[in-house]
Design a protein around this ligand. Structure first.
Ligand SMILES: [Zn+2]
Length: 582
């Protein structure tokens, strides 16, 4: 059982002005990184070679050149001091977010394409771009080196612009080379030679920590309500959305068969209002008329549970939510969800934290092609697609970031719910942007796990999700089998109350985040009664107790031979005589 965490949620008003959102998000400040103009990186050169390894250096007998004996050997000409201050000032990996190459926490997602940002600076302006400006990538599988030429401005800048890549030296490394044991050398110089001390600053070698590649299977489940089925995006659109925002190498999306939710909606409390008038047999108006129909949070939860059942059925043989196929249930436009009819805004997404299932409004496209300025107030990704990314972040075991009133905060994310001033990188659009950028004095970007606009994955979120997907033990072991967890295999049972009756259904696995509850199950076994706790999955939405009281809960039936089950709340009988569904 995991630690208590408050339940997160996500609520978005469909029509919201940016100014209101910014006001609501408040001035968190403290995100680091100033806005406006270029920001100089440290004038202190990186210690070289910047790596956990150290390499021997072989100086030629004539003293005119030397070789750095890195995995890809680097040859440098030596000569008189140039006093131009040419130096590699900073190296960053761009994989969804900017990651500092010298940070011990940095990990890369294996086999995922990698853009490299190198800030090469000189002490005075007018120094020409070095003829040699390369990445030298060592592939441990073949023990070969690949040379990639860095694009660069015509003259070496004296300070770097952290808001874009205009002053940076940039190279792209193919995903096939991004693997454990790789080495990345960076060399910038011309053939004229320079002093050994100066030459020390014109190369750097890194051995980044790289995980195994991560593959995520995703199933889109279109939902049908009153003969209207949700629209669905093409699998490629979903693959691109999730690959660009998450530490996932390859997303494989399929679109499954539609699932009707009408039977759930007609249960007691399912709808707050409906299209047309609904009257009882005595002619009494049961529900107000509205269009689209408005579902209750009860129904919202039921729909998630229903989609989760479908998702479990497509995960036969899987035993772990982390590696399971994730399911995205998409809602048609003829139903929205509110806590009450006079509530402003609607609920647009719900998920189990650390689970396998999310529901969200339907969408067909992700990119707004009309938004071409990365720093404009509008996002280049649609709200509905961002909602899916937000809820998908919950499936990656993240809670909320503290912006826009989001509850249930994840202490691993930035305390102001922003990006910590760290840059993001959208490889589909080719957009690089500073997380510290300010528009009208307010930080523009926020963590995708917050309720603020304009959202992107934070570096902290990226690394947290990567740690979830690939636990540290698997780093650097390209073909290691996953650890099975060690304990005897649990036998999980889901308990849900539908139409006043508790139903017990065996399930192959449970969400990774479970909280204690007031409920327990008394298992009647041949060895006597055994009481086990009922655990509540963490929802991304703090639903009223009257809703969550109905489950779903999970308990571990172990290897007991069970004749009957009683459910109790704080020791008081809720329902007895229950048996496990086959
Ligand atoms: Zn949320």
């Amino acid at each position: 059982m995991s630690a208590f965490r408050k339940t997160p949620w996500r609520r978005i008003g469909r029509v919201t002005l940016l100014s209101l959102l910014l006001a609501a998000c408040g001035g968190g400040g403290g995100g680091g990184g100033g806005g406006g103009g270029s920001t100089a990186v440290s004038n202190t050169p990186l210690p070289n070679p910047v790596t956990s390894n150290s390499f021997s250096i072989t100086v030629a007998p004539d003293g005119q050149s030397r070789v750095i004996n890195a995995p890809c050997p680097i040859t440098q000409n030596l000569g008189d001091a140039r006093n131009d201050g040419l130096r590699i000032a900073k190296v960053s990996w761009l994989q969804v977010v900017e990651l500092d190459a010298t940070d011990a926490e940095t990990r890369l997602t294996g086999a995922k394409p990698l853009r490299v940002r190198v800030d090469v600076l000189a002490s005075s302006s007018g120094v020409s771009r070095p003829a040699t400006r390369q990445l030298q990538v060592f592939n441990p599988a073949t023990s070969t080196c690949s040379t990639i030429t860095l694009t660069a401005p015509a003259t070496v800048p004296t300070s770097s612009n952290q808001e874009n890549l205009t002053t940076a030296y940039v190279g792209d490394i193919d995903g096939s080379l991004v693997r454990a044991g790789m080495s990345i050398g960076i060399v910038v110089d011309d053939s004229s030679g320079r002093s050994a001390t100066e030459a020390d600053r014109t190369f750097a070698v890194f051995s980044p920590r790289v995980t195994t590649s991560t593959t995520q299977n995703v199933r889109i489940i279109p939902l049908t309500f009153q003969n209207q089925t949700a629209s669905t995006p093409s699998p490629e659109v979903v693959n691109d959305l999730l690959e660009r925002m998450f530490p996932i190498t390859t997303v494989n999306t399929v679109v499954g068969a539609p699932v009707a939710i009408d039977n759930l909606a007609t249960s007691v409390g399912g709808l707050l209002c409906a299209v047309g008038s609904i009257t009882s047999s005595l002619g009494i108006n049961l529900l107000p008329s509205c269009s689209p129909a408005v579902g209750s949070v009860d129904l919202f939860r039921d729909v998630l549970d229903r989609v989760n059942d479908v998702c479990l059925s497509v995960n036969a043989g899987n035993s772990n939510p982390r590696t399971a196929t994730k399911c995205i249930g998409l809602l048609p436009d003829n139903i929205i969800f509110k806590e009450s009819l006079d509530q402003n805004g609607t609920y647009v997404g719900l998920a189990f934290v650390g689970g396998i299932t999310l529901i969200a409004r339907d969408f067909t496209t992700v990119d707004l092609q009309g938004v071409t300025n990365v720093y404009s107030a509008s996002h280049w990704i649609t709200d509905d697609a961002l909602t899916v990314s937000h809820e998908f972040g919950h499936l990656m075991d993240l809670d909320h970031a503290n912006c826009g009133g989001a509850p249930g905060l994840d202490p691993r994310l930035y305390s102001d719910g922003r990006l910590g001033g760290v840059a993001g990188y959208d490889n589909i659009r080719g957009y690089y942007f500073s997380g510290g950028y300010r528009l009208s004095g307010q930080l523009l970007f926020a963590d995708v796990m917050s309720y603020c606009t304009k959202e992107w994955t934070s570096d902290r979120g990226y690394l947290s999700m990567l740690n979830y997907l690939v636990p540290s033990a698997e780093v650097q072991t390209a073909s290691a089998a996953r650890v099975s967890g060690g304990e005897t295999s649990p036998r999980w049972v889901k308990a849900s109350r539908r139409n006043g009756q508790w139903q017990l259904t065996p399930v192959p696995f449970v969400p990774s985040t479970l909280n204690a509850s007031a409920l327990s199950a008394e298992l009647l076994t041949s060895e006597g009664p055994v009481t086990v706790p009922l655990l509540a999955p963490e929802l991304s939405l703090p639903l009223p107790a009257s809703v969550t009281d109905r489950g779903p809960y999970f308990f571990n039936a172990g290897d007991h031979d069970i004749s009957a089950i009683r459910l109790l709340r704080n020791g008081t009988l809720l329902q007895g005589g229950l048996t496990l569904a086959p």
